[in-house]
Design a protein around this ligand. Sequence first.
Ligand code: SAM
Length: 218
Amino acid sequence: MTELQIFPFIDKRIEDYCQKNVSKEPEVLEKLNRKTHLKFVHPNMISGNWQGTFLRMISKMINPKSILEIGTFSGYSTICLAEGLQEGGIIHTIEKEEEYEDFLLDNFKKLSDKKIKLHIGKALDIIPTIEVEFDLIFIDADKASYPSYYNLCIEKLCKSGIIIADNILWYGKVGLDPIPNDKQTTAINEFNELITQDPRVENVIIPIRDGLMMGRKL
Ligand SMILES: C[S@@+](CC[C@H](N)C(=O)[O-])C[C@H]1O[C@@H](n2cnc3c(N)ncnc32)[C@H](O)[C@@H]1O
C-alpha cells in the first residue's frame, strides 16, 4: 500500500529505496492499512509499514511488560507495538476521538491476540490516571502537547525504559532558521530540546519518515 510521500522533505529516491527495502507488511496490517484508507478522512496519519516495522522490532527487542501509546488513530502502531509484549503484558493506548472506539475495539479483537486497553479521552487527562510504570512509551498525538506529554511520561518510564516520539522533524520545519513560530513547530522544537538536555535520558533522532526521537532512561 502506498504510504504518505514525505518528499520533497526527504530525497524521493532515498525514501523510495527505504520503502522498497523493508520487510513485507504482515497480512493483518495490510488489511488494517486498507480499511484505514477506506474509512478515515486523514488516512495518512497511519504509521505504515516502514515505521511500523521499526516500532515492532524495537518492541520485540525490549519485550516489554507494559507499553503506553498516545494517539491510537486506527490502531496500526498499537498492533505493531503490541507484538513485542511479553506474556501477560499490556499496552495502554489513548485516543481522544470517541467515534473511533467501535472500529478500534472490533479490529483489536480480530487482528491481535495481545492485551490492548483502549482509553478514550484526552491524553493529558488520562495519563495521570494510569498507575503503571512503562517499559516502552510511544508519543504520536497532538503536537502542541509534546512538552507536556514528555514531562508526564518520563516520570512513568522505568529505568532503562524507551520513549519514542513521532514527527519530531515536523516536515523539516524545526530545521529552519528562524524556526516558524506556530504552536506545533514551537512545541516540537521545545520537546526536542527538553529531551536532549535531560540528564536522566540518552537520546537520538532516527530520520524515518517525519523523524522519530528515541530516548532511553538512564
Ligand atoms: C498521527 S495519529 C496516530 C497514528 C497512530 N499512532 C499510527 O501510527 O497509526 C494521532 C492521533 O492522536 C489523536 N489525538 C489528537 N489529540 C489527542 C489528545 N489530546 N489525546 C488523545 N489523542 C489525541 C488523534 O485523534 C489521532 O487519531
